[in-house]
Design a protein around this ligand. Sequence first.
Ligand code: COS
Length: 410
Amino acid sequence: TYLSGAEYLLRQFTGGDAAADICRDGKGERKVIESEKYRLIRRAVREFAKQEVAPLAESIEETGRIPKELYRKMAQNQYFGVTIPEEYGGCGAGYVAMAIVMEELARASVSATLYVTSPNTLLGLPILNYGTEEQKEKYLVPVMKGEKEGTFALTEPSAGSDAATQNTIARKDGDYYIINGRKAFITAAPLCDFAVVFAATDVSLGARGITAFIIERDTPGYSVGQPERKMGVNGSPTADIILENVKVHKSQILGEEGKAFQMAMKTLDSGRLVVAAQCLGIAEAAMKEAVGYVRQRRQFGGALSEFQGIQFMLADMETKLCCARALIYDAAEKKDAGMNITKEAAAAKYFASEMCNEIAAKALQLHGAYGYMKDYPIERIFRDARVTTIYEGTSQILQTVIAKQVLKGR
Ligand code: COS
């Protein structure tokens, strides 16, 4: 399914013929040249990002969401199901393809990528890997088609990095659970039809007493708070989900009772890899702005790009960007090969998020006072970069994850 999924993705992206050409040799046998395949995917997504996303980047921030038409086109292009197999409406193209899609879209709009991360990772993967066939049909397939939106609700006002200390409580009541609590900073909560909500079913068991429930938005007692006022990524609304005596049937449990924390952690391994690719796209965008600016800006009788001090800055920025790229695509290849990537994904996200913040800050610095004004894209890129060292595991939590793996493995 991997190869046919990739072919399928290619057909979506290229309109068919190019995919057929490279996927068949002269005798009609399927022959895929890996690098060529990914090169074509990248070219197609880059074109989409340039034509369909970049021109809307500012208006997406102003309106607080992406236009329905763009959402529809993203679904049509299979962006919501790059990691999800064809049988559930995705294209199963894998994580190298996912990293490419993410990187290219993030160059145009970070907010737009948040609509793509959730179905491919935090929301889609738990349903794919732990859901019943009914749950997959009911929730995953419509998400792939762009007919429904869902979200992942783990964080709470007092359970951020310490995700195992859940204060949302699910009390068993016959075949039902009564859920009370508040989930915080939930991506796209105001737009979502349902959420995968984590709650403690046995507080005394800590991480081993957490259960995930699929809860539909129209369930009595489920409400959404006011969208947060944020520093960046304003094109994707973030809000609390409030649960007051929400009654759900046990059939809404995702996976097994008490096993949801491990499920969340495994899912975050993939999520972190995809966020790392998002960081790469942000850094690429910042580099492009920096290079464009220093080439045309003249001071002291020459272009800024002619000064060695500026060249040294660009050299350091580019070197770090290349290091992040190597970490990310190495982790993605390992993931596609079926390997555990807890350490690799944490390292990729830790390095890439710190790197994209540094590059965005330096790119802004190179713009001087103009960079501080809203007239130049670097101002938005700088603000959008900031969240990446925070969500899906802060840099400090990722350091602990990496250290734990290092100590275990040597
Ligand atoms: N894959 C599979 N299982 C994992 C895992 C992983 N990557 N990481 C942890 N687990 C399992 C452990 O093996 C353990 O299982 P057992 O109880 O069967 O032994 C269980 O999960 C608890 O692990 P641990 O003791 O390490 O949990 P901690 O409470 O110490 O938490 C951290 C570990 C801090 C790493 C975790 O809480 C975390 O990642 N926090 C950040 C949360 C986050 O990223 N939030 C963003 C939300 S989405 S925007």
